[in-house]
Design a protein around this ligand. Structure first.
Ligand SMILES: Cc1cc2nc3c(=O)[nH]c(=O)nc-3n(C[C@H](O)[C@H](O)[C@H](O)COP(=O)(O)OP(=O)(O)OC[C@H]3O[C@@H](n4cnc5c(N)ncnc54)[C@H](O)[C@@H]3O)c2cc1C
Length: 642
């Protein structure tokens, strides 16, 4: 059956089955009955002793609405909420994490390998989540990771989390989104969510699309952005969705029988790069793309992907080519295909290949990436004779993501983060990686808060207040390439002297130079020779302080994300980074006497923030007594605020 004919038929059958809004005609006019219209619902409520109509329609008001609870959405919601905005996070699944959740189990990667062979890890909120997981989920369980993320969001009093809730439609006020109509699957409730700013982090961007935000799908032709890796002519191809699986060695032979709908693996025609490395933890190239409407194709493709998954496992178990698989049995299989690509919304700037490979400097840079340009074979399993991916380019250093690619060109109060941002297909082939998406999320969450505060739209914020946005992000431990922090409110910068009790490498004076990591071959840290170790800051005149912020080492050159195969080597750790500070205190010299202001003996973060009642002082001292393993301590930054 032709694809488009199928779409028409399937819409008709949905309406017939009562799953879509029904159209009611009355004397020449047509009105659409909403899902929450319960006028036909006659509930005999024995407890109340009468017939009632259940109320299932609610309105709620927030400063910022975030749609989609993947890595980007969580970071957007948390950043806006921590700064003081009232936020709702709407997620259509029962768990947070998007493709990294237990429902899909994709590794949450970032810049985990540049050409140097080293990572250049993301810091800020995404790192905080991954560190929390190292403390609370040492067993590296994906279902527990779901709960770690839930806990992470629950810690924010300014966030209301709505799980199992899908944003289905934007309601407009002129060009702006006034509210998001949402449907909660578990309660039959319809919510009208009103907010000043909407951040679409849902990957597919249904809300943004129904708001009329401009978007495109498919591959740009070479000429449009002068992209070397793009096809000669534009076409409709989008990278595919995948189903993953896991198996366990059961200690005895485990026979496997494929279901009747399994699609046999075509080993004869399969490209030699369709490799079976670590197949016991899934084969990522069980993937199907689309040259048309990948969203609409999802259920057809899910069935096919399930068929391919079982066909491939049948090949592994029963072809005789993998005798070592004899004791393996499937212990987890995905049922919800994870997506790589669908809508890409248009912003004031479209990020493209040359920006990445040329390491273009943007005055409005707010995030970075550096995963290689990893373009998958368009047809996936239906193009089995082709290699599953072409790694077009690996990067020497990280590239920048501009703020102008993170808000809509034509819907003024709409921002986005994740794989759906304003970029070409080739740029997405790198930037879709989840920790990169998370950095974009923190950027737009922070931006939406500043927009609320200043009553401006994102475009105006970018034009008039980009410095403030970047400074806030860096204060909150986001690294912006080639852009040192220089926060005028940071009183540490005004200190006359910074001295350390001992120094193994770097210099205590580097702690206020605005760089929060060693980068581009330059050292920006101070490392003690022993522990305990002190750093002391002196001011000529007394300063009023209530906050001290410290950025410690977590080794951003080594990956900390959870993996199905739990790696622990030079590139990956499966424990809390041993460099991280565990125990420290802050003291101040007040009227000639040292007084302890705050102590933390169980630090779990890279950005350590101490707040205390106002003091007037001429000196502070940071005393580190313990790390999670290293015998010395390395710090990158100390800030002081009134
Ligand atoms: C098999 C596979 C392997 C991959 N490998 C890697 C890898 O190794 N490392 C890596 O980092 N990335 C990898 N990627 C890419 C990465 O997973 C995606 O690009 C990334 O998840 C995009 O992040 P996001 O936050 O934009 O969207 P998502 O992670 O998809 O999160 C969006 C969330 O929004 C929800 N949502 C959608 N629509 C709505 C709505 N209307 N209302 C409310 N909620 C909604 C979705 O259910 C989802 O939970 C892989 C992708 C696939 C498919």
């Amino acid at each position: 059956m032709k694809r488009r004919k199928f779409f028409k038929l399937s819409t008709a059958s949905l309406v017939g089955a009562g799953l879509a809004p029904s159209v009611v005609s009355a004397a020449g006019s047509t009105s659409v009955k909403t899902i929450a219209d319960r006028s036909n619902d006659n509930w005999t409520h024995l407890g109340e002793g009468r017939s009632v109509t259940p109320n299932r329609q609610f309105s709620k008001h927030y400063d910022v609405a975030v749609l989609g609870g993947g890595a980007a959405g969580i970071c957007a919601a948390v950043s806006a909420a921590r700064l003081g905005s009232k936020v709702v996070l709407v997620q259509d699944r029962p768990v947070l994490g998007g493709n990294a959740s237990s429902e899909m189990r994709v590794h949450l990667n970032g810049v985990n390998r540049l050409k140097t062979g080293l990572a250049e890890r993301e810091t800020g909120i995404i790192e905080e989540m991954l560190l929390l997981n190292r403390f609370d989920n040492p067993q590296e369980s994906f279902p527990v990771w779901d709960h770690v993320l839930y806990d992470f969001v629950m810690r924010e009093p300014n966030i209301e989390l709505m799980l199992n809730t899908q944003a289905i439609e934007a309601i407009m006020d002129g060009d702006n989104i006034k509210s998001a109509r949402c449907w909660q699957l578990t309660t039959e409730k319809e919510f009208l969510i009103h907010a000043n700013y909407f951040i679409d982090c849902s990957g597919d961007g249904l809300l943004a699309a129904t708001a009329g935000a401009k978007y495109r799908t498919g591959r740009e032709g070479k000429k449009e952005f002068n992209e070397t890796f793009a096809p000669d002519e534009p076409d409709g191809w989008q990278m595919g969705a995948s189903l993953l699986m896991s198996s366990t060695d059961m200690g005895k032979p485990m026979p496997y029988r494929a279901p009747a709908w399994a699609i046999p693996f075509d080993a004869e025609n399969a490209h030699k790069k369709r490799k079976f490395n670590a197949y016991h933890e899934g084969v990522w190239w069980i993937e199907i793309g689309s040259d048309d409407d990948i969203i609409s194709d999802q259920e057809i493709n899910r069935h096919k992907l399930m068929g391919h998954l079982h066909g491939l496992w049948d090949y592994i178990k029963n072809s005789g080519k993998f005798p070592e698989s004899e004791n393996l049995a499937l212990t987890w299989v995905g049922s919800l295909p994870s997506r790589r690509e669908s809508r890409r919304f248009i912003g004031d700037y479209i990020h493209s290949e040359r920006d990445l490979t040329g390491y273009k400097h943007f005055d409005d840079a707010v995030a970075f990436g550096g995963w290689g340009i990893d373009e998958h074979n368009p047809g996936g399993m239906e193009n089995i004779h082709m290699a599953p991916t072409i790694f077009h380019a690996h990067f020497e250093e990280v590239y920048q993501v501009p703020f102008r690619s993170l808000y809509s060109v034509n819907v003024p109060n709409l921002l986005f983060a994740g794989r759906n941002i304003s970029q070409t297909h080739i740029a997405l082939a790198s930037s879709r990686i989840m920790a990169t998406c998370a950095l974009m999320g923190q950027a737009v969450g922070t931006a939406a808060h500043l927009c609320t505060q200043k009553k401006v739209n994102p475009r105006e914020l970018g034009k008039k207040h980009i410095n403030e946005l970047q400074e806030q992000l860096m204060r909150d431990d986001v690294f912006i390439p080639k852009r040192p922090a220089n926060d005028p409110k940071d009183l540490a910068k005004k200190a006359a002297e910074i001295v350390a009790s001992s120094t193994k490498s770097g210099n205590a004076k580097l702690l206020t130079n605005g760089w929060s990591r060693d980068i581009d071959g330059k050292i920006h840290h101070w490392q003690s020779a022993t522990l305990p170790a002190d750093v002391q800051m002196e001011w000529v005149d007394s300063v009023k302080l209530s906050t001290i912020e410290i950025k410690c080492d977590t080794n951003v050159k080594r990956n900390i994300m959870m993996r199905k195969d739990s790696k622990n080597d030079d590139r990956f750790t499966n424990t809390v980074p041993e460099e991280m500070v565990k125990s420290l205190s802050v003291e101040a010299r007040i009227k000639g006497r040292w007084k302890t202001l705050a102590t933390n003996v169980e630090n779990q973060k890279r950005l350590i923030r101490f707040t205390f009642d106002d003091i007037n002082t001429t000196a502070i001292r940071v005393r580190v007594t313990e790390t999670y393993g290293k015998p010395t301590v390395k710090l990158f930054e100390i800030r002081a605020y009134a």
